[in-house]
Write a protein that binds this ligand. Structure first.
Ligand code: C2R
Length: 176
């Protein structure tokens, strides 16, 4: 298990992934959490390879005031489901591409959880969306984060409006 966390504040989100080889894909979650000023920790820990260590780690999350777990894994991705089996915290799963089936295996393994043990599954390699969803969950009881999310969504509207008016200007300029 390798573990790191950001800054002096207590982490609110745990970003867990099955192998150090997943680090690059999962780093977008960390970058997004940092952008919103959400402290997090990052842990490489496999359910298949180290089940007892995983159980011990997950068992302590709630007492450590972690609120959401983001879990990424490729291939026969047991990790997100195993985390969800071990905690009542919300778990967001990130399927990771690679291997003979290029992520179809991990996508189905993470999404197709049995009733009673949900894992909120985002798109293949989309750890950015996992972080946004984690932030949306935290924002339910954090007005500052809620404001930051509203500004983030407004940026999309502004970019679309800017693109529309640029296209209209270019069209007007092209007329004879
Ligand atoms: P290695 O590169 O370490 O061989 O891992 C990892 O998430 C990674 O994408 C290859 C792939 O195996 C995945 N893995 C899992 C689990 N442990 C490792 N899906 C697990 O416990 O679910």
């Amino acid at each position: 298990m390798s573990q790191s966390s950001t800054g002096p504040d207590r982490p609110r989100v745990a970003v867990v992934f099955g192998s150090p080889s997943d680090t690059q894909t999962m780093s977008k979650a960390g970058a997004t959490l940092e952008r919103f000023g959400v402290p997090y920790e990052q842990v490489s820990l496999s359910a298949h390879r180290a089940p007892r260590t995983l159980a011990e780690y997950v068992g302590q999350l709630r007492a450590r005031d972690i609120s959401v777990v983001i879990a990424g894994a490729g291939l026969a991705a047991a990790l997100p489901g195993a985390v969800a089996a071990l905690t009542t915290l919300p778990v967001i799963g990130v399927p990771i591409s690679g291997g003979a089936l290029d992520g179809m295996d991990s996508m189905l393994a993470i999404a197709q959880m049995p009733p009673g043990v949900p894992v909120a599954t985002v798109g293949l390699n989309n750890s950015t969306n996992a972080a946004i969803l984690a932030i949306q969950i935290l924002a339910l009881s954090d007005p500052d984060l809620s404001l930051k999310l509203a500004a983030f969504k407004d940026d999309f509207e502004q970019a679309a409006a800017d693109a529309l008016s640029a296209a209209a200007d270019a069209g007007a300029g092209a007329r004879p």
